[in-house]
Design a binder for this molecule. Structure first.
Ligand SMILES: Cc1cc2nc3c(=O)[nH]c(=O)nc-3n(C[C@H](O)[C@H](O)[C@H](O)COP(=O)(O)OP(=O)(O)OC[C@H]3O[C@@H](n4cnc5c(N)ncnc54)[C@H](O)[C@@H]3O)c2cc1C
Length: 463
């Protein structure tokens, strides 16, 4: 099932995929044609136009999370506590500022390639939509202030309800540097620009096996690619490789898109393009589109079994009704509104809530970047810089950043515990959050089980 965004992007295209049919040799083989793989290709070309690059993509470029997300182009400010703990003050502040610059860079790319109308920098409202969420941002705001950063405006409650268009928004903070974009158009345009710069792109070409060694070999159904360096830009699908199975957890996130309802959005103020998410663990996130629709998403849909993502991450959303109800919880005036499309995609979770970058243990010619934990549209631009520096063997601030780790940090148990405990925890979190919405105290067992889940916006690194 293609997302609304992908369908819109494909409707405007005539190009056909070119699967790989013959063995080839290349300087850099990038596996995965989402934002990470495509920004890496463009960054490499901008640093050294002579580098020969081949992208192999199992489906179509942008068909993974990159073309299915809600299109929030966020900074790393909401993850500042963790980032500063991992990277230290100086590097942490540099990366936080770079994450703001990344939003501007995505906007510049959109302007330069005719997507200006699909990119709107109207900020992000981070809210509490029930009493248990109040103050979820406090630690982040305090830590940022200690480092001389004040990206969030602290708003009066009445202003939050006005800006968010609903009395359900009890309190919140606003970050002006965040934007929204049509993500699939961005991904498809990145692919088109990469092709124009001489990058070979083979879609409908899955890596079936990876041969390690000083010249790694990417095996695909019909042919092999031998490369000096391989970049694994697989995000959620990295979980299918045993080496990453315990360090990155795919979690399906579901999205519904309404039919155009411009007047109703104008009444509640969501027509501007402001991005909003609350502070629950199974986060509710939403934004208006330039053509007057509401795009509404919720995390926590499904987890993989035995290391395979399978169809449950690609099928039409099974949570369509649940999301429609949740939308009406926040905006009673939108109850019963027509849903034009409902889909799902694989988001990821790491131990820290931040992505992992590095060289494959024992195979330094293979580098990887994945695990953006619901915040990859903006940060994948920085992922491209980090991966390009690793590929080129640069000794710059990107390659030497503490974001580049020696070994992926494991936090997941093995199967069957991973699946069984994961299902139990997700169900408990759902019940706990329903009770909190209703103003009831959640059950003790649900609270205890929910405590096993790392949060996506609040800090998760322990001192
Ligand atoms: C529903 C949803 C909503 C989200 N909302 C937001 C949001 O609003 N803002 C935000 O910042 N982030 C959001 N995210 C996260 C964001 O979409 C991702 O962090 C980002 O797209 C990651 O890009 P990527 O290129 O690393 O991964 P992907 O776009 O997933 O790319 C990985 C690619 O690898 C390919 N692949 C897989 N296996 C193979 C193989 N064996 N061989 C070759 N290719 C393979 C896949 O087909 C895929 O195209 C959301 C995610 C989801 C699922």
């Amino acid at each position: 099932m293609r997302s609304f965004w992908l369908q819109q992007a494909f409707d405007a295209e005539s190009a056909s995929p070119v699967p790989l049919e013959h063995d080839l040799r290349t300087d850099v083989c990038i596996v995965g044609g989402g934002f990470t793989g495509l920004w890496t290709a463009l960054e490499l070309k901008s640093r050294d136009p002579s580098v020969d690059i081949t992208i192999v993509e199992a489906d179509l470029c942008g068909s993974g999370a990159s073309g299915r997300n809600a299109g929030f182009v966020m900074t790393w400010m909401s993850k500042a506590s963790t980032l500063l703990k991992i990277c230290g003050g100086q590097e942490g502040v540099r990366l936080l500022r770079e994450s703001q610059a990344a939003v501007r860079a995505v906007g510049d790319f959109c302007d330069a390639h005719g997507l200006g109308g699909h990119f709107r920098r109207r900020g992000w409202l981070w809210t509490a939509s029930n009493a248990s969420q109040l103050g979820a941002w406090n630690e982040t705001v305090e830590v940022l202030a200690k480092h001389g950063l004040e990206p969030f405006d602290l708003l009066e409650s009445c202003h939050v309800a006005e800006l968010g268009g609903s009395d359900r928004q009890l309190a919140g903070v606003f970050e002006g540097d965040v934007a929204t974009v049509q993500p699939a158009l961005l991904a498809r345009t990145l692919a088109r620009v990469a092709l124009a710069k001489g990058v070979r792109i083979h879609e409908k070409t899955a890596m079936t096996r990876l041969g390690l060694g000083s010249s790694p070999v990417v095996h695909t159904p019909a042919a092999r690619v031998t490369a000096d360096t391989v970049v694994l830009a697989l995000n959620a699908w990295a979980h299918e490789l045993p080496v990453f199975r315990r360090s990155v957890l795919p979690i399906a996130s579901d999205v519904v898109m309404t039919r155009p309802i411009r007047e109703r959005l104008e009444e509640i103020g969501l027509h501007t393009g402001i991005a909003i998410s609350d502070s629950r663990l199974l986060v509710d996130y939403y934004r208006g589109t330039p053509d007057g629709r509401l795009c509404f998403g919720k995390s926590g849909g499904a987890i993989p079994f035995a290391g395979r993502l399978g169809r449950r991450f690609d099928d039409p959303s099974v949570r369509r009704e649940e999301l429609a109800r949740e939308m009406a919880y926040h905006y009673p005036s939108l109850a019963g509104v027509d849903i034009a499309s409902a889909w799902r995609g694989p988001a990821t979770r790491t131990a820290t809530g931040l992505p992992h970058f590095g060289r494959l243990p024992g195979a330094p010619s293979i580098v990887y970047g994945h695990g953006y934990t619901g915040n990859g549209v903006g940060p994948s631009y920085l992922g491209g810089k980090i991966l390009a520096s690793l590929v080129l063997g640069a000794k710059d601030e990107w390659a030497t950043s503490p974001m580049v780790e020696q070994r992926p940090q494991r936090f997941l148990p093995t199967e069957p515990a991973r699946y069984l405990v994961g299902r139990l925890v997700l169900a408990a979190v759902g019940r706990k959050e329903m009770a909190e919405d209703a103003g009831r105290a959640p059950g003790r067992l649900d609270t205890a089980l929910a405590g096993l889940a790392p949060s996506s916006l609040t800090p998760v690194v322990k001192n």
